[in-house]
Design a protein. Structure first.
Lengths: 805, 134
């Protein structure tokens, strides 16, 4: 290759102030590196990362016309970016520097065998030289990004995110499936622990949404489809027909007076009814009538069956010919705020929700309290009231292990409100553990106790009804006194927990968002990216990510807004050049690669594969799928990896054993660094190859490594649930199955190829696995050169079938 | 008199033994009491099922003196309701095994009078018979 002969490489070996030089003979490594092909100069310095060290590289690039650099020092996880900046300063591509990690992965873990450590340091430097020799001068790319955001869900999370972004000058499409925004918060009586009236603090925010010129409010609408990526999401929304002209209707209510149909009012949790033509609730936004097509006689039967509303409507607003409307637009980022559904208490049959009139959900109690306060009481809940906590929370019997976080406090609130309105009420809260962790919560709990609310530590076992009086009988153990309580209540309130809303499933599938084990949508990182998702440019706000109270939801919604702004305010955003690419002359358009990408980043265009660089995250899984070697990954090309492996194994002498440790960047490479930092010793007969994901090492590369002298290959990868590439484990398993078959065919023990999924704290696990494979390979004995040679014969046919011979 | 509970290695060993025999992770019990309120035999017991679980958690071997485990009818109501997925009937069985394996007392069924046979609950008879196999 031309590039090879032209490469002018500078190698810099760092002492790290003794950290390296006290174990590794730096002079010897410098001398060795200087003799390698393409290396123009080889130097050492006590601190390469210092200003002086950095300047040394910059000056040399200028003076000696270097075009590639190797820095043998600490881990690239530690100082990689520093040296990338150095190259940029010197006017080179930041991607033509390679670090040989001779501190964390050599001097530190091999401190007890300095001679072997020096030998390994040379191997590491040699491998880095090979990799950098074939590196491409990649450029940082950018993609344009605008200021449009899709917010899905108009509850308090969606409202907050929309207002924050709207106020900051971004253009928002707020899509809500119900006819009004407001969500669950609109239904609540008061909010804990301050007892603010929920509607009173929410309705001004809802009005702000309507009046904000930057917010396009699409109520009674559903997101049908989303395609594309950050900066270019194409969205299709269907607006359901309201059968009432929003521009003409003034919500005077005349139509409701004459409508003959009554249906259960969803907003009132079915406790009251409304007519087929209705407004969602008193402070709905938009506050306009609409017709429920399932209930309206005209829409269900003949168009002329009723028509009462048409007759009375002075504004001529009613339109029975209204049709669904499709709206299409493009946005740059998306915030998912689709919220929760309450646990369906019918699933917990022992609590008799479906059978007993006086067993109600907490949300029904919220509405009963509001209605009573408004002067329209639905029914009096009576004197003795019991609350059952943890209904659909912390219960393996219904498949929900998690705590819903809000029920302890809302039960405390409802109990306080009930007690406040009628102090003679006798109220008991049956709890498992009382969790009052938030600001002002414990004080609020104490206040309820002060008012005389009784808290009983015991989970209710069953609920019965006195058929005569319709009173409800509860059975529970007071675990603090070990007595069984069996008592009668006028009303029993089920403190139902939260679960992901049903409508979110469709959205999650459409956006290809991951779920966590509890069934809620998964954040990108539980600590540092709590509102990001596995998709760039898509964020989570509110209970869609997990149970939350209102302040937490609002905080998270603002966080999601600010994360979206972080991307959009730059007008263009940088994309990593470490993405897949196609050697077009080798591609025959067979489409085998398309399904290999979980992000749908590969398509066929003009009969060759094309990689969407904005979608590709650079895992490299697709490379293995191509029988023509047409797919490749920048920074980790087939050529680079092959040369790196070749040089890494070059130092192996007669009778020695060598295994390759293929370490994914996110978990295993960092784990190996931690092992070094902890000075845990492992065998020097191992050498680490860094990859973005273990799935990048194709079967062909594995076989080539065995051919080139590897006695074992050990692939380390993140566990699926912590991996940035949750699909990679599956790909690696498929790849190694193929290679093991071939190993077996050639009489080589398939156990020489191993795969472990790590978390970054498994220090000892790493050491044991590496030592284990080396010991295994030693005992299994050397592989004959003939056998090694045969591994790569007819490799295409063996991996992909006859037609690819 | 309020009893003082000492926590020693003996307690740990007792818990370990019961966990081994029952196959249940007894420390997982969070003492919600749903088992006790579900138990059809609880009114006959001297300690409630959840109290029994607590005593085993803390390794109080005095639990062996209680009759609760002998009254467990293995009806599994607690098992299907336990929010932590524990099988209490297995724990009761483990406790019974500890006693039975010592083979201290024997019941001669033949010596029971007809009247006693009539009044004895079946479960008690079964338990009594099993003492021979213990």
């Amino acid at each position: 290759m031309k590039k090879d002969s032209r490469a002018r490489i500078g190698v810099y070996v760092c002492h790290c102030g003794g950290n390296i030089s006290e174990v590794v003979d730096v002079e010897e490594v410098v001398g060795f590196a200087g003799k390698q092909p393409g290396v123009i100069l080889s130097k050492n310095h006590t601190h390469m990362c210092s200003d002086i060290g950095q300047q040394l590289i910059i000056d040399d690039i200028e003076e000696h016309d270097l075009d590639k650099v190797v820095v043998a020092a600490c881990s690239p996880q530690f100082q990689g970016e520093t040296f990338m900046r150095v190259l940029e300063t010197a006017g080179l591509s930041p991607y033509v520097v390679q670090m040989a990690n001779i501190r964390e992965q050599c001097a530190w873990p091999h401190f007890d065998t300095p001679e072997l450590a020096t030998k390994k340091a040379k191997e590491l430097v040699n491998a880095a030289i090979a990799k950098v020799r074939f590196s491409e001068p990649l450029e940082k790319k950018t993609m344009p990004i605008g200021k449009r955001v899709l917010v899905i869900g108009g509850g308090i999370a969606g409202i907050q995110a929309s207002l924050d972004l709207g106020d900051a000058g971004f253009e928002i499409y707020l899509v809500e499936k119900e006819p009004s925004i407001g969500g669950h918060m609109a239904q609540l009586s008061r909010t804990f622990p301050t007892e603010d009236c929920s509607a009173c603090i929410l309705s001004p925010k809802m009005a702000d949404v309507q009046s904000n010129p930057n917010i396009n409010l699409l109520t009674y609408s559903e997101v049908e489809n989303v395609e594309g990526y950050l900066g270019n999401f194409k969205v299709k929304v269907t607006k359901k027909p309201r059968y009432v002209d929003m521009d003409k209707c003034v919500a005077c209510g005349d139509c409701e007076e004459v409508c003959p149909v009554d249906i259960p009012d969803e907003f009132e949790e079915g406790l009251t009814t409304h007519t087929a033509i209705y407004t969602p609730f008193g402070f709905a936004v938009p506050h306009r009538n609409l017709i429920d097509p399932e209930a309206c006689i005209n829409l269900q039967r003949d168009i002329n069956s009723c028509g009462n509303c048409i007759e009375v409507c002075k504004e001529d607003a009613i339109n029975f010919n209204d049709k669904p409307e499709e709206i299409e637009f493009t946005v740059d980022t998306i915030i998912v705020a689709t919220g929760y559904d309450i646990f369906n208490p019918s699933e917990k049959k022992v609590y008799g929700y479906d059978k007993f009139k006086n067993v109600i959900t907490a949300l029904e109690m919220e509405r009963m309290i509001v209605k009573a306060a408004e002067g329209n009481p639905i029914r009096d809940p009576g004197k003795r009231i019991g609350f059952i906590q943890c209904v659909g929370s912390r219960d393996e019997q219904v498949g929900r292990e998690y705590c819903s976080r809000v029920c302890c406090m809302y039960a405390t609130k409802l109990a306080s409100l009930l007690k406040h309105s009628k102090p003679e009420r006798d109220i008991y809260v049956f709890y498992t553990d009382l969790r009052a962790f938030g600001k002002g919560f414990e004080e609020y709990y104490k206040r309820a106790q002060n008012m005389g609310v009784k808290f009983i530590r015991g989970r209710v076992a069953e609920v019965m009804e006195d058929s005569g009086s319709n009173k409800v009988i509860l059975k529970a153990e007071d675990t603090l006194t070990r007595q069984i309580i069996e008592a009668e209540f006028d009303t029993v309130v089920l403190s139902v927990g939260m679960g992901l809303s049903k409508s979110t499933d469709k959205i999650a599938e459409m956006l290809r968002l991951a779920k966590s084990e509890d069934g809620f949508l998964k954040e990108a990182h539980p600590k540092f990216k709590p509102v990001d998702t596995n998709r760039e440019g898509i964020f989570l706000a509110g209970t869609v990510q997990g149970p939350k109270d209102i302040p937490d939801t609002v905080a998270q919604a603002s966080a999601a807004a600010s994360r979206a702004v972080r991307l959009m305010n730059q007008r263009e955003y940088p994309i990593e050049p470490i993405v897949a690419f196609v050697h077009e002359e080798q591609c025959d358009g067979c489409e085998l690669c398309i399904d290999s990408c979980p992000l749908n980043a590969i398509s066929i265009s003009a009969e060759v594969a094309e990689v969407n660089e904005a979608l590709c995250r650079g895992c490299g899984s697709c490379v293995a799928s191509c029988p023509r070697d047409a797919l490749d990954l920048h920074m980790y090309t087939n050529k680079q990896l092959l040369e790196e492996i070749k040089n890494a194994l070059e130092g192996k002498e007669e009778g020695e054993t060598r295994i390759l440790v293929v370490a994914d960047d996110t978990c295993t490479y960092r784990l190996a660094d931690s092992v070094g930092t902890a000075k845990l010793s492992y065998t020097t007969d191992s050498i680490i190859i860094r990859v973005p994901s273990g799935s990048r090492i194709t079967p062909k590369l594995m076989l080539a490594a065995f051919k080139l002298g590897a006695d074992g290959i050990f692939i380390g990868e993140c566990e699926d649930r912590t991996s940035p590439f949750p699909h990679s484990g599956q790909v690696i398993r498929e790849n190694i199955t193929k290679v093991r078959e071939i190993l077996k065919e050639e009489g080589i023990k398939p156990e020489r190829l191993r795969f472990v999924q790590f978390v970054t704290i498994m220090l000892k696990g790493f050491v044991d696995n590496v030592n284990g494979l080396v010991n295994y390979a030693r005992e299994a004995g050397a592989i004959s050169p003939e056998k090694r040679e045969k591994l790569v014969e007819n490799v295409n046919k063996r991996l992909f079938g006859e037609e690819y011979d | 008199m309020i009893k003082k509970l000492k926590l020693s290695d003996k307690n740990v060993d007792f818990l370990k033994k019961i966990e081994e025999l029952s196959g249940e992770v007894i420390t997982r019990c969070d003492q919600c009491g749903i088992c006790s309120a579900s138990c059809p035999m609880v009114s006959e017991m001297d300690i409630t099922p959840s109290q029994l679980m607590r005593m085993v958690q803390l390794g109080e071997s005095e639990v062996m003196e209680s009759k609760a485990m002998w009254l467990c009818a293995s009806c599994f109501t607690c098992t299907v309701r336990c929010p932590r997925g524990l099988d209490l009937s297995k724990v009761a069985e483990a406790l019974r095994q500890v006693e039975l394996r010592q083979a201290i007392d024997h019941i001669d069924v033949k010596k029971l009078s007809k009247d006693e046979m009539k009044r004895l609950p079946q479960i008690a008879l079964i338990s009594g018979m099993r003492k021979f196999t213990g």
